[in-house]
Ligand binder design. Sequence first.
Ligand SMILES: NC(=O)c1ccc[n+]([C@@H]2O[C@H](COP(=O)([O-])OP(=O)(O)OC[C@H]3O[C@@H](n4cnc5c(N)ncnc54)[C@H](OP(=O)(O)O)[C@@H]3O)[C@@H](O)[C@H]2O)c1
Length: 239
Amino acid sequence: MGTERMKKVCIVGASGKLGQYMVRHALDRGYEVVGVCRERSVPKLAAFDGRMTIVPGPTNDPEVIRRAVAGCDGVLTVLVPWGVKQYASGTAQAVLDHARPGARLVFSCGWHITRDGKDRYSRTFTMGVRIAALLGKLVRAVEIDDQVEACRRVFAGDTRWTVVRGSTLEEGDSQGLPVWSRHVGDPVLAGNLTRRVDFALFMVQALTDDALIHEAPAIVGCRTPSALAHNTGNPHDHG
Ligand SMILES: NC(=O)c1ccc[n+]([C@@H]2O[C@H](COP(=O)([O-])OP(=O)(O)OC[C@H]3O[C@@H](n4cnc5c(N)ncnc54)[C@H](OP(=O)(O)O)[C@@H]3O)[C@@H](O)[C@H]2O)c1
């Protein structure tokens, strides 16, 4: 799909940090923006008053998503593993079920999600994910397994999807479009740090980049030492 055909986009999880950056990038591109967020988080979008439409409600509510994605050419979904009620998989399923056929669907998650099992993780990374998953389950606050399930459903579908896998994130001014690779463990990703604003930039840019359809790019900041060391003159490294 070319840029000229991307007119209206829905951002599911618009009130979060990543979501708000995506709203900004989408408005900058002149897109009509519809945002979905929990009712209590609507005030977090006050800065965009009059410039976007908000559909308040849980992002895993199929009826909320059905209304929000109506007529949208693209849907950007923040997949978060919060709670113990299959929030991530419910959110993904609602988007998969209700986005119009042919819409560009872009989902966010972290490096811990693997599409083909060929990612190579450090022992520290694997331990960190295991501990977070265990602690999260114990206090009934986080359900990492459910984010895995959400992505499994996206990968299995025949929609025009991209799953963007973020490294460790930091705040700060934009440094430009992150570089990406198909597999965690590739040297270009060793820097393991991306500015949130640039994660959002990659998500929004993916809407009009057909080369990213059916890809699960693992991203890293373009100014990290590893990205600079592997600079091939091409903004993407598709290892
Ligand atoms: N944080 C990291 O270091 C990191 C690293 C790699 C990848 N990622 C990925 O980046 C994306 C966003 O991460 P982020 O750190 O930037 O977070 P974020 O943008 O602040 O997003 C948090 C989202 O979770 C929602 N949320 C928070 N608590 C919730 C709850 N109890 N129930 C339901 N929804 C809840 C928020 O909605 P409200 O506004 O309504 O609270 C918001 O939409 C995710 O896909 C994550 O997997 C994060």
